[in-house]
Ligand binder design. Sequence first.
Ligand code: PSU
Ligand code: MN
Length: 311
Amino acid sequence: MTALPDFPMIFSPEVARARADGTPIVALESTIITHGMPYPQNVEAAALVEAEVRAHGATPATIAVLDGTLHIGLTDAQLAQLGQASHVAKLSRADLPACIATGGTGATTVAATMIAAHLAGIHVFATGGIGGVHRGAELTFDISADLRELSETAVTVVAAGAKAILDLPKTLEVLETLGVPVITYGQSDFPAFWSRASGLPSPLRMDDAASIARAHITRVRMGLPGGQLIANPIPVADEIDYAILSPMIEIALAEAEAQKISAKDVTPFLLDRILELTMGRSLTSNIALVLNNARLACEIAREMGRQMSKS
Ligand code: PSU
Ligand code: MN
């Protein structure tokens, strides 16, 4: 067990129990709830994902800052409250300590969830999609802090790749520059969130959770900082054809530009517009792929526990 850090951080009763009896724990982010999906489907989806984690032998730890305290694991009531609240802050690495210091409330992005999970001794985290390099980043410099976090913090992040609202080739280039292992599960093509294939070869491929767990542990033992990105393709039944999505992405991007949306508002704006333009279809797929990622994360967390206790 890791020592508790010297700032306000608490474990939910369920996570505290899992820590005490050694049950695998899977971290979950909260920005996907507050800024990635509309109410009430966001709260329903969050509950479904937590239930999926429990059904697969692990304990879910949804992470958020509530009134200046970093919560590792939320109760159902806290989850429902967060999902309904408007104007919840979106917290990345830069915002997390400031929010805690000022007694604020905020939802954690992939980057901030990784930091919190690491502080709490949790090695595996499941989400939908990571932030990445935005299209036109050569002019805007809009590159998500998620990418750098993957190079700094030893957490294995299971995602369905990155959304095609981003520049996927540039996202992979930056991950390579930062030395982040991008490991696609079960196929050679890097997945593109709603689509199983992006047409881009994945830098690495692994076909079982044991190898993914071993790669994480090996990296830590070698003293290399950083985690790994596990790209888990969306199930076939839930895929959305890129030909259907592509014109909608173009519309959303053009609107973002016309409305001068910038900084941390870009990703939520695009997610919201695509949801509206697909009339909810994107949300159904989004939930399905998060569930799929949660299942793989449980397997990886279980394997990590097994391998760590052996040595
Ligand atoms: N991509 C998605 N769904 C999401 C996000 C990204 O497909 O919900 C959220 C995650 O919390 C991610 C954040 O960490 O957006 C990235 O925001 P930015 O691009 O501002 O770093
Ligand atoms: Mn950004």
